[in-house]
Design a protein around this ligand. Structure first.
Ligand SMILES: *Cc1c(COP(=O)(O)O)cnc(C)c1O
Length: 395
């Protein structure tokens, strides 16, 4: 089924003000997400924070079911966090490494994850190794399979990196991880909300994602999936009395579900917004969303290829809806600011966010445009024209 773009736009206050092509930064929240949060905050002010939470207990509890449905997981495998980074860290730092243990990752791994690898490698003597790419610049599953031995403790990759449309073959990696019994941690931040992301198909043990990007939820939300049979062996690096109730003076007992990775206090308005955003995406259908994201980003890439001094840097035969370009000798931050003054939201992707990939490909800071299903073909075309005019005027 195709999406009713006009209806979806009338549901999205932001489209009246800006051409928003920064969904890889933060998607525009639809009205139901906004209403869920504003309504809840109003109740907090009117009747009190604890009382509002009690009143909304059923809806708050349903957020776990919504995310479980989105991921094809069970609700007790889901933890809610204040961002994806914390979700990833809590799981990663729960893993035990010994000297010589190998951590396999991909070239376009996100900086936050990579610095954590570096810290743990320094502390434990584990080693970090980068899985080679195929000639298209996509992670090569055959190369990964050839690297596996008994010292491989973890495969941790980003599915869709922050710095371009590359889609790593997350499910093929999962099949290899499963076949060899290696723990597989998948950063799905830029994929969730943009394409189907089902853990049974991906074969991952741990998945982290954010609410604010293609899911169109509020900022400061994230979630963690941990496969049930791994969960039992994972003691969070930090606990409180929610994660692990204090049951005797000298004893605590970890929760049995993934909420052992949570703490007691939470932003319930944000949680409700996240849940509503997930329901919204599920109602539209992730296949339909992906189809439209593909079409709009292909149109954008085609248009940009015709603009003098622009080069498109997205890797792979089937790129996702993150379009990154260099703009010749122009300063991408200045171009971004000029575009903002004309009503176009884009962002700048810096080499330091995916350092290995940026160095290997000698990438400068890139202008990043990330459309979503609620953008129109006309917006894409106007953006390309505006950029072309702007760049020619700056020469
Ligand atoms: C945005 C992003 C993150 C961080 O998500 P937060 O919710 O901001 O913590 C992690 N990994 C990738 C690939 C991202 O693009």
């Amino acid at each position: 089924m195709s999406l009713d773009v006009a209806a979806l736009r009338s549901d999205t206050p932001g489209v009246a003000h800006r051409v928003h092509l920064n969904n890889a930064g933060a998607g525009l929240m639809p009205r139901p997400v906004l209403d869920a949060m504003l309504g809840y905050l109003t109740r907090e002010a009117e009747i009190g924070g604890y009382e509002a939470a009690a009143e909304a207990a059923g809806t708050l509890d349903g957020v776990y079911d919504s995310i479980a449905r989105l991921l094809g997981a069970e609700r007790d495998e889901i933890a809610l966090t204040e961002n994806a980074t914390i979700a990833w860290q809590l799981a990663f730092y729960a893993l035990a490494f010994r000297p010589g243990d190998r951590i396999l990752t991909a070239r376009a791994e996100y900086a936050a994850n990579y610095v954590a690898f570096l810290q743990v490698a320094r502390r434990t003597g584990a080693v970090i190794e980068v899985i080679p790419d195929d000639p298209n610049g996509v992670l090569d599953p055959e190369a990964l399979a050839a690297m596996i031995d008994e010292r491989v403790k973890l495969i941790a990759i980003t599915w869709v990196p922050t710095n371009g449309g590359l889609r790593n073959p997350a499910a093929a990696v999962g099949r290899i991880a499963r076949a060899h019994g290696v723990t597989y941690l998948l950063d799905a931040c830029q994929a969730v909300g943009q394409m189907p992301a089902r853990v049974d198909e991906l074969g991952c043990d741990i998945l982290s994602a954010t609410g604010r990007k293609f899911l169109r939820g509020p900022r400061g939300t994230g979630f963690l999936y941990v496969r049930r049979d791994l969960l039992r062996d994972l003691e969070p690096p930090m606990i409180d009395h929610f994660a692990a109730p204090w049951i005797a003076p000298d004893r605590y007992e970890l929760r049995r579900d993934a909420r052992r990775f949570e703490t007691w206090e939470n932003n319930y308005a944000a949680r409700l917004g996240l849940g509503r955003a997930v329901d919204y995406a599920l109602a539209l259908g992730l296949d339909a969303i992906e189809t439209r994201c593909r079409a709009l980003s292909a149109r954008l890439r085609d248009g940009l290829r015709g603009v003098p001094s622009v080069a498109v840097h997205d890797l792979g035969p089937d790129p996702a809806a993150i379009v990154t370009i260099s703009v010749g000798d122009h300063d991408p931050d200045a171009v971004k600011a000029d575009l903002a003054r004309s009503g176009y939201n884009v962002s700048v992707s810096r080499p330091s966010s995916t350092l290995l990939d940026a160095q290997a490909r000698r990438l400068p800071a890139l202008l990043r445009a990330s459309p979503h299903y609620y953008n129109t073909e006309d917006e894409i075309d106007r953006f390309v024209a505006a950029l072309a005019t702007l760049l020619s005027g700056r020469d």
